[in-house]
Design a protein around this ligand. Sequence first.
Ligand code: ADP
Ligand code: MG
Length: 240
Amino acid sequence: MIDVQNLSKKFGDNLVLNDITTTIQKGEVVAIIGPSGSGKSTFLRCLNLLETPSSGSIEINGKNLTASKKDIHKIRQQIGMVFQHFHLFPHMTVKENLMYAPMKAKGVKKYDAEEKARQLLDRVGLAQKAAAYPNSLSGGQKQRVAIARALAMEPELMLFDEPTSALDPEMVKEVLEVMKDLAKSGMTMVVVTHEMGFAREVADRVLFLDHGILVEEGEPESFFKNPASARARDFLDKVL
Ligand code: ADP
Ligand code: MG
């Protein structure tokens, strides 16, 4: 589904992604881990063209992301993104947050958008918050709304950038549970996370980045038990 070939990204002289090549299959859950500043967010942002690669190519479903603007717009609609800091629309109710993009960008009728919003809020356990405003919600609830909002566009791929890092510890689990359900439903997911338990339990594959280099990738079991590289061992010693 995603084919990344020799992807590099520079900010000025700073080589942030260094010749990354990997593929991600449909339905796969991939966890990206690595030290702060290693390029994890930049990698995710390249996948939905929030950043433009300096060199290399990214194909999603056979479409090159450096292709025409029209294609890019379409491809982006198929990719949901969830950030560390929710980015909900503060002046809209929870339900309106979910209805906005489908109506605006896809021309979904109000009635259908509303119906879909209700289903999704139910799915993330927040049916009773449909009429609430974001600032009345807890961090965990906000993040579940953000996930539901991304799902309202019916994406084929979901990207998560440290979705639980800004949460109080007691709210991490409720968000990870929603993500786990999503993984079980067959969604293709790329998740930057510091939650090693989640990576180990839910991911099909772990990518370890360090200084912009894809140092190592593998199945969680073998990666966590027996990382091949000294850099990954060193990182795991610090975080586990
Ligand atoms: P991570 O998510 O692994 O912490 P990032 O991808 O955010 O790492 O950042 C990798 C490097 O790229 C860091 O050195 C960071 O300062 C730099 N960087 C990220 N975004 C920008 C930007 N928009 N302009 C300049 N430098 C950036
Ligand atoms: Mg980051």
